[in-house]
Each structure stands twice: as C-alpha cells, then as structure tokens.
Write a new protein. Structure first.
Length: 255
C-alpha cells in the first residue's frame, strides 16, 4: 500500500528522521577498533530510548527470515552487504562498516544507512564508499514530481555501473510511512521514464548498495539475515528517507 502524506505528516516524519540521524551519528562516533558490534547496538538503543522512539527493526520478521531480527540497527562489516546482526564480533582497524537504522516516532517511520571505514581506510574502500554516496545523491536529485521511480533507479545504477561496481540482485529501496516497507519498490537500477509516477507527498527510502568486486551475486549467511558477497568483495550501503514535494526532494533523515 502507498499512502500519500500531507504536509503536516511530512513534518512529523522529519522528527522520526532526526532520531535516525542521531542514532547513526552516535554509532559512527563510538565505532573504533576493538569495539563489539553489540555495543554499537546498545548505543543506538539509547538514542531511540532518549527520544521516546521505537524501532521498526527490532522483532521484524518477514516470511523469508527464520527468526525475528534481534536488534535496532543492522551492522554489516566488509563483505556483508546488508542486514548484518550485531553480535560479539569486535571491529578491526580498516574494517568497512555499514550501519542501517530506523525509528518509529508518533506512528511514523524513518530509515537511513551510512557506510564508513573504522580506523585507517584502504583507498579502494574510500572510493567504494564515496561512490555509494554519489549514487545516493544522484537518486535524491531524481526524486522529483513529474519523474518516475525508474528515473531514480536509472540515476543510482548509472553511477554504480560507471564506477565498475556490482549492484546486488533483488535489493533496493522502498516506500516509507506507517511501516518500514511500503509501496513502491525503488530498485537500484532501471530504465528512465518507467514505473510509478512521483507525486507530492510520496515518501521513499533510496538506498544504493554497491559490491566492490563488480558482480551482482550474493548469498544469505547461516544466521538467516546477513547478506554477503559471494567472493568476499567488500560492499557499501547508503540510504535516506526522502519526501517527494512540489518544491523538490526533501531528505527527512539528515542530521
């Protein structure tokens, strides 16, 4: 179901988005060599609790998952693309970390993700992450009234492919509203001029996912959640919740 939001609703969703932004900033600040992933989940939980917000991730149980998701943030390290489960793993110098977090506030959801290197960055990881953010910005720029979902998908995919990166099959963005995953789906690659028309009041999550090795294939790890590259190539994941407005795209999950 796709719900067109009112201007008042967009303001409420912005408040949920601010909570997400603060949680991701806190996770990034705490992330360092030697820190456990579970500790970063606790950091995100504290931010949500202080804001009086809930988590759309905690307890989320889609049909394909064997168990509900146990945390409020997905933490995907190195060859993990998305849906990494925080555990006792300790970060190492040079790890590439993608953190994905959501918040529910006033009945509305915000959802965003960041990628960054812990400690000293490898040049190839810096380029991968920079391209992921470039793809995100391209997708946001295409999120305009009069365009279609395919224009966003094309903008994201063009940046990724020109840089020589893979785009994971079957993974992409989505509508956001009262729940975390709503219509329409927002692929990371597609043909311009195709798909659902963009209207004032639509809210979507645009989330590029890039595979450094250039292929598109992935597999699900034994935990039933973490999605990894097939050959160990590193991956990056960026995301913002974006409102389509007559004045242009409005990022709801920016700090």
């Amino acid at each position: 179901m796709m719900e067109i939001k009112t201007n008042a609703t967009l303001l409420e969703m912005r408040e949920a988005g601010r909570v997400v932004a603060r949680a991701l900033a806190a996770v990034r600040e705490r992330a360092a060599p030697g820190v456990e992933l579970a500790e970063l989940d606790r950091v995100a939980r504290e931010v949500l609790a202080e804001a009086g917000a809930g988590s759309p991730f905690l307890g989320y149980h889609p049909d394909w998952a064997p168990v509900p998701f146990p945390s409020v943030v997905c933490l995907s390290v190195n060859d993990a693309i998305v849906h990494g489960v925080p555990d006792g793993t300790r970060l190492a110098d040079g790890d590439l970390l993608s953190a994905d977090c959501g918040a529910v506030l006033g009945g509305w959801v915000g959802d965003a993700a960041v990628s960054f290197t812990v400690g000293r960055a490898r040049p190839e990881d810096t380029r991968l992450v920079d391209t992921a953010y470039e793809a995100l910005e391209a997708g946001i720029a295409a999120a305009r009234v009069g365009n279609r979902v395919g224009d966003i998908a094309h903008a994201v995919g063009r940046v990724c492919r020109r840089a020589g990166y893979g785009i994971p099959d079957g993974l992409g963005g989505h509508g956001v509203g009262r729940t975390m995953h709503e219509e329409p789906g927002v692929p990371n690659e597609g043909r311009p001029g195709r798909g659902v028309p963009l209207r004032h009041g639509m809210v979507i999550a645009i989330e590029p996912m890039l595979i450094g090795g250039g292929h598109d294939h992935h597999y699900t790890a034994r935990d039933g959640w973490t999605i990894r590259t097939v050959n160990g190539s590193r991956a990056a994941h960026t995301e913002h919740t974006v409102a389509i407005t007559d004045e242009g795209p409005r990022v709801l999950t920016a700090l």
